[in-house]
Design a protein around this ligand. Structure first.
Ligand SMILES: [Zn+2]
Length: 347
């Protein structure tokens, strides 16, 4: 039985359009009037955007409604869907906690409230009827000031029971002018013993070699095999894993078709670089993890063996998976023992 791990999913992009539309219908008069029928909303919410920045604008729509009070509502539905439709055994959920605090408060008040948000998300992800192992990644943000990003790193370190790592997000073209600052923040995170990933080499405008040595996993990283394949041997040596999120590149205009990913997978396999296939924004795209897998197969980007290698890599590189093996090997013995017993009974 195949159970999956998703290492790269944003809390903001994890709300499927129908859940969000129903929420607006009940709680947001303006949005309810703008989209009286569901198909119009789905079209607006899931359509392709021209650039990564335009695409990231959509996150603000969801961040605005994911507050202290509503987070448990959205998270419950996210976990239910992930368990029932995606066969997830493990999920790392990422977001910027500062952006879930009320924006009329001062910066220091908002920083103080972040721990509360992490606790709310942490408690909401423990759903007894849908047992998935879930951990949080806290995202620093390229448009937030240094003090806030440092507070996010401190918070990640102090809430290790809920948080497994830090990330940097918010559009990779915006790191350029603050590169040293982010290098410093990652060095600081390492000094606190934190695990690290970061949105990097996602678009041609986000290729900063200076940040690479600080990342255990690379959020996207597809520009490395596409444009800088000479870096791959070093990535392999450092055992850094690429978090590849196929649908994203179509929605942000980074790639024109999925087949362009073939060279990404081929070069990584050849160089011995691991890839975990992830959803990024499964709700916003309306594409769940098994469909990401299936699309890569049907478009001949990868074959079944390569898919399985990526699925195993996801568990190997998971920051908070507590076992040595992926769940399939834990379950197979159990299921085979039972089916042998059953066939003996039937005989
Ligand atoms: Zn992302």
């Amino acid at each position: 039985m195949a159970l999956y791990a998703d290492l790269h999913r944003h809390l903001g992009g994890s709300v499927v359009p129908r859940i969000l539309w129903r929420y607006f219908k009940r709680h947001d008069v303006e949005m309810a009037q703008r989209f009286p029928e569901y198909p119009g909303f789905e079209e607006f919410y899931t359509r392709e955007r021209k650039t990564l920045d335009e695409y990231l604008e959509l996150h603000t729509l969801v961040e605005k409604v994911q507050t202290e009070d509503t987070l448990p509502y959205f998270i419950y539905r996210l976990i239910r869907g992930a368990y029932i439709f995606e066969n997830l055994a493990y999920l790392e959920l990422r977001y910027t906690p500062y952006l879930r605090t009320p924006d009329h408060l001062s910066q220091s008040e908002r920083i103080d409230l972040m721990a509360n948000i992490v606790a709310i998300v942490g408690q909401a992800t423990q759903v007894k009827e849908y047992p998935i192992i879930i951990s949080q990644i806290l995202c620093m943000h390229s448009r937030l000031p240094y003090e806030v990003n440092k507070a996010i790193v401190d918070l990640a370190a102090s809430m290790g029971h809920y948080v497994c790592a830090i990330d940097v997000a918010g559009g990779d073209s915006h790191y350029a002018e603050r590169l040293e600052e982010f290098v410093g923040l990652y060095q600081y995170a390492h000094s606190l013993g934190l695990k690290t990933t970061g949105h990097l080499y996602e678009t041609p405008h986000g290729c900063y070699r200076e940040l690479l040595p600080y990342l255990q996993r690379i959020g996207h990283g597809i520009q490395i095999p596409l444009k800088y394949p000479e870096l791959l041997p070093e990535i392999a040596r450092l055992n850094q894993c690429l978090e590849v999120c196929p649908t994203t590149y179509l929605k942000t205009g980074t790639l024109q078709n999925l087949h362009q990913l073939k060279v990404v997978f081929d070069r990584c396999f050849e160089a011995g670089v691991d890839i975990a296939i992830c959803t990024d924004n499964a709700g916003l795209h309306n594409v769940r993890l098994p469909f990401e897998y299936e699309n890569l197969l049907t478009q001949d980007v990868i074959d079944f063996d390569q898919l399985q290698a990526c699925q195993d890599a996801a568990f190997r590189h998971a920051f908070a998976w507590p076992y040595q093996q992926p769940p399939a090997s834990l379950l197979t013995g159990l299921l085979q023992d039972n089916s042998t017993t059953l066939s003996q009974v039937m005989a």
